[in-house]
Design a binder for this molecule. Structure first.
Ligand code: FES
Ligand code: FES
Length: 159
């Protein structure tokens, strides 16, 4: 008998950028696709699709996560934030320091930077380069990214 994929569909409700959303998901559906295509928020980008580049980084319950590796059903009841949730002010310091060139890595960089900005105490244990190690950038040499994150943290802490 042929397998009916619809039988595997699950209802998933979660909070996306402050709003409760509902989707129907198959077990293999990736959060990245659910966000980009199912919920029409294309800011989150796909790079490698294998958990290596960080282009698809979102904040899952406040922590950076590679959305290409997260099955959609696993976010039921949880909180997801994408780059669309941020204001221009939240991103501007990164733009001013040359942290973005081609832009492929930028949404992921911005989300990890947002996590650092909200938790400047993590910088005491590890430096910015170590904390951003999961976000690969082929263009900038990382100096602009580090400078941008420093500017974001300084703004947050009044430094
Ligand atoms: S696309 Fe997800 S880590 Fe590269
Ligand atoms: S700006 Fe091009 S990959 Fe980072």
């Amino acid at each position: 008998m042929a397998h009916d994929a619809r039988e595997d569909t699950v209802h998933v409700e979660f909070t996306l950028n402050g709003k409760v959303v509902s989707v129907e998901a198959q077990p293999a559906d990736r959060l990245l696709d659910t966000i980009r295509y199912g919920l029409a928020l294309p800011g989150t980008k796909e790079g490698c699709g294998e958990g290596e580049c960080g282009s698809c980084t979102v904040l899952l319950d406040g922590l950076p996560a590679n959305s290409c590796l997260v099955p959609t059903y696993q976010v039921r009841g949880r909180t997801v934030e994408t780059v669309e949730s941020l204001s221009e002010e939240d991103v501007a310091p990164l733009l001013r320091t040359g942290a973005t060139q081609c832009g492929a890595c930028t949404p992921g960089v911005v989300m990890t930077a947002t996590w650092i900005r909200r938790h400047p105490e993590v910088l005491e244990a590890q430096g910015i380069r170590a904390l951003m190690a999961g976000n690969l950038c082929r263009c900038t040499g990382y100096d602009g990214i580090v400078e941008g994150v420093e500017a974001l943290v300084a703004r947050e802490t009044g430094g």
